[in-house]
Design a protein. Structure first.
Length: 394
């Protein structure tokens, strides 16, 4: 870590050298963690070490099948201020969102509130409930195309919304919701709060010990720098016994914890959120997940966030100085995340020019989306700006 103006930031050069050596070896510039985050070296090694042991398994190898998930639950809990028994391991964000949609105590006629413009993973599980008589409503975006928190609060105040399901950070423009205010409003009106955390965790702090969230879901493959097939759901402890999931896994029951006596089939679920896990887990992915979480915890999310904002600043200054680009993002400090997005003429052509120059971003909702993480540096933003300027001059 290094100190700058009293704030702890990431030692990016040391991090790039030890965990992301391809940044130095290839010169490739990756600004796309909002799509998929690269694996650090510690996670890559962990996968291959586990797979190597799988080629010659023994009792110690199978002991890992208990140890790895236990460590995952502990690390996930620490990351969000929860307890390990509030963590259920899954394979993506959709797992946790479907758990919420199918297991919360909803009845015909209950209303679910969503924000228009949200990612489909946080929409389809709820729309799927309409066939059960659940009513799904959307709060339209504001005049800038951003999530409309004011409209959401007005709708919640009517007192008949059973579930509010939101993304902590918008996938298309990086808008960061005020989860504290949303949580207070949901508690005031008896509304369950479900949060898709995948575009936040790893760069934007979320602490369920201070912000009451009923269910939080996240995959590991973006800002948590983990493999596809890793992820988790947090279920608030007081809610665990009240959820009634449609699907169950054999390891979610007390009777299955004794492998020597598996066939008594006692229907007593585990007391923890692990009761919601759906059978055997992807142990190699979780082993890498644990190493990535440990790395991010060592760096510290506040330090990562400070680093990200410093690296983003030259891009903000450049866009602000031009007259032909329009921000899709809200640049206020309380709304910033790891994502910046702006509209430009011919965004697809800009994307092609950037790819040709070895720079990876995303084109989303008609704009250029730039995702900055701990391993990125200002020199990369300078190269991005240089290529964009050349492309816009044509």
């Amino acid at each position: 870590m290094s100190e700058t103006a009293g704030t702890t930031f990431v030692d990016v050069q040391a991090l790039r050298h030890s965990e992301f050596p391809w940044t130095e070896e290839t010169g490739a510039i990756y600004l796309n963690c909002a799509s998929t985050g690269p694996l650090p070296e510690c996670a890559r090694r962990a996968i291959f070490e586990h797979l190597a042991r799988a080629c010659n398994p023994n009792h110690e190898f199978y002991d890992e099948h208990r140890e790895i998930p236990s460590e995952s639950r502990r690390l996930c809990a620490e990351f969000i201020g929860a307890q390990p028994d509030e963590i259920a391991l899954g394979f993506n964000t959709t797992y946790g969102l479907n758990l919420a949609a199918t297991a919360l105590p909803l009845e015909r006629g209950d209303r679910v509130l969503l924000l228009d413009g949200d990612f489909p993973a946080n929409v389809y599980p709820w729309l799927n409930l309409e066939r059960r008589g659940i009513q799904v409503e959307f709060v339209p975006c504001d005049e800038r195309g951003l999530p409309n928190e004011a409209g959401m609060f007005e709708r919640l105040a009517q007192g008949d919304i059973r579930v509010l399901s939101v993304s902590a950070v918008s996938f298309s423009n990086g808008y960061r919701l005020d989860l504290d205010a949303i949580s207070r409003e949901c508690q005031r009106h008896g509304t369950y709060l479900v949060v898709d955390g995948i575009q936040a965790l790893g760069v934007v702090p979320i602490d369920v010990s201070t912000t009451r969230i009923d269910v939080l879901a996240s995959g590991g493959q973006k800002w948590l720098l983990s493999p596809q097939g890793s992820g988790f759901a947090y279920v608030r402890r007081d809610l665990i016994d009240r959820l009634d999931p449609v699907g169950v896994g054999w390891l979610g029951f007390e009777a299955s914890q004794d492998y020597a006596e598996l066939c008594n089939y006692a229907l007593d679920p585990l007391e923890s959120a692990a009761r919601f896990e759906l059978g055997s887990l992807a142990f190699a992915s979780l082993h890498a997940f644990n190493h990535s979480l440990s790395l991010l915890r060592e760096l510290g999310v506040p330090g990562i966030e400070g680093h990200v904002r410093a690296v983003q600043q030259p891009l903000i200054d450049w866009v602000e100085a031009r007259g032909d680009l329009e921000w899709m993002s809200d640049l206020s400090q309380e709304r910033r995340s790891g994502i910046l997005a702006f509209r430009s003429p011919e965004p697809e052509r800009l994307g092609e020019r950037l790819r040709a120059a070895g720079i990876t971003v995303s084109i989303r909702q008609g704009g250029v989306r730039v995702s900055v993480h701990a391993f990125n540096c200002r020199e990369e933003i300078a190269k991005l700006i240089s290529v964009l300027e050349a492309a816009l001059e044509r």
